[in-house]
Design a protein around this ligand. Structure first.
Ligand SMILES: [Mg+2]
Length: 347
């Protein structure tokens, strides 16, 4: 933003914020130069390719200021990008986050606006970075730059840069008939958590200072999803060729693999791992679980768990069939086509 469009107080807040964030960013051998110069300098290892992904998070579309604690918005913003790197089998090199925020989110305490049980007060933006940097540290992903601007709409734009050995990225386009289909973890937890969050946020009995602690386990998959980086890298190292992260929902993301690989797929309804508190419907169509969906040749050995996360076989890849209905669901009462019905945020 040109300096003439910034008020002195905003500019001071921005400089102070950058100073504080810089103190909190972790060091990494991949980042030669981080926050503080015109560009960051990254140095991948010899023989690596660079993976880049970008994602927008917008108030009212991907989160709600009145529903989501700021720490969760920060966590989810980074988790979305990291999950894309996980789906390629890449390791993160650096993250860049740009924020456009209404003035009051940078300056004032948002205690009464939204917070979770036991959380701190402080400006919304500070708590956003608390959530984002906690996950960044956990996933060894340095924050190497970004931008901040004032705007009536709260919006976060994340860019993730990763590295993967040349020619070995996991792709959507390499599934073949006969492959087995697997997922990590359990599905539907995010949709179930969001439904509960909506219920709590709309209820008149919601405590003013946070979300009731008793709901934390149900809300966790939605508010603080964990990107499957270790699992993605394990798959790549073990010559698995195909993966996608479940951001839009199983029915939609599996259709992406079918489309890109020119194949069809068959799912066994009873095999799908459903998260606690979720329904089959939410497991099939609820997005934002950020689990990995992958396929492997029948002869490939796939363990029951990878880095502590259960792996479940849920179906198989078939030769191409009807283009409009690539996925068939095997139910107890017969087979039926499964239409992609990815989660529509707040639709
Ligand atoms: Mg993705």
């Amino acid at each position: 933003m040109p300096p003439q469009h910034r008020s002195p107080s905003w500019h001071t807040a921005e400089l102070e914020l950058i100073r504080r964030i810089r103190l909190r960013t972790s060091r990494s051998v991949d980042v030669i130069l981080g926050i503080g110069d015109d560009c960051a300098l990254l140095r991948p290892r010899p023989g690596e390719e660079i993976a880049v992904t970008t994602d927008l998070s917008i108030d009212g579309r991907h989160f709600r200021l009145g529903w989501h604690p700021p720490e969760s918005v920060g966590h989810r913003t980074l988790a979305r990008g990291l999950s894309d790197l996980a789906a390629m089998g890449a390791r993160p090199l650096a993250a860049f986050v740009s924020l456009s925020l209404p003035r009051e989110l940078v300056r004032t305490s948002t205690r009464a606006r939204s917070s979770r049980a036991g959380s701190k007060s402080g400006p919304w933006i500070q708590r956003f970075y608390d959530g984002l940097l906690a996950l960044a540290t956990q996933c060894k992903t340095p924050l190497a730059g970004g931008d901040l601007a004032e705007s009536p709409l709260a919006l976060a734009d994340i860019v993730l840069v990763g590295a993967v050995p040349r020619g070995h990225a996991l792709l959507r386009s390499a599934a073949r008939p006969g492959d087995h289909i697997y997922v990590t973890g359990a599905l539907g937890g995010s949709a179930a958590g969001l439904a509960k969050l909506a219920e709590i946020s709309k209820s008149k009995t919601r405590p003013p200072l946070g979300l009731p602690a008793k709901w934390a386990p149900l809300l966790q998959p939605h508010l603080y999803p964990h990107p499957r980086l270790a699992q993605g890298q394990w798959l790549r190292r073990h010559k698995i060729a195909v993966a996608i992260d479940l951001s839009d929902g199983l029915s939609t993301d599996l259709a992406h693999i079918c489309e890109e690989s020119n194949v069809a797929a068959e799912l066994t309804a009873s095999a799908i791992p459903i998260a606690i508190g979720a329904t089959l419907e939410q497991a099939l169509h609820g997005g934002e679980d950020y689990e990995l969906l992958f396929t492997a040749r029948p002869a490939q050995r796939v363990p029951r768990s990878i880095a502590g996360v259960p792996i479940t076989q849920i179906g198989r890849i078939l030769p191409p069939q009807h283009r409009s209905h690539p996925i068939t669901m095997l139910m107890s009462d017969g087979a039926q086509p499964l239409a992609p019905q990815g989660w529509q945020h707040f639709a």
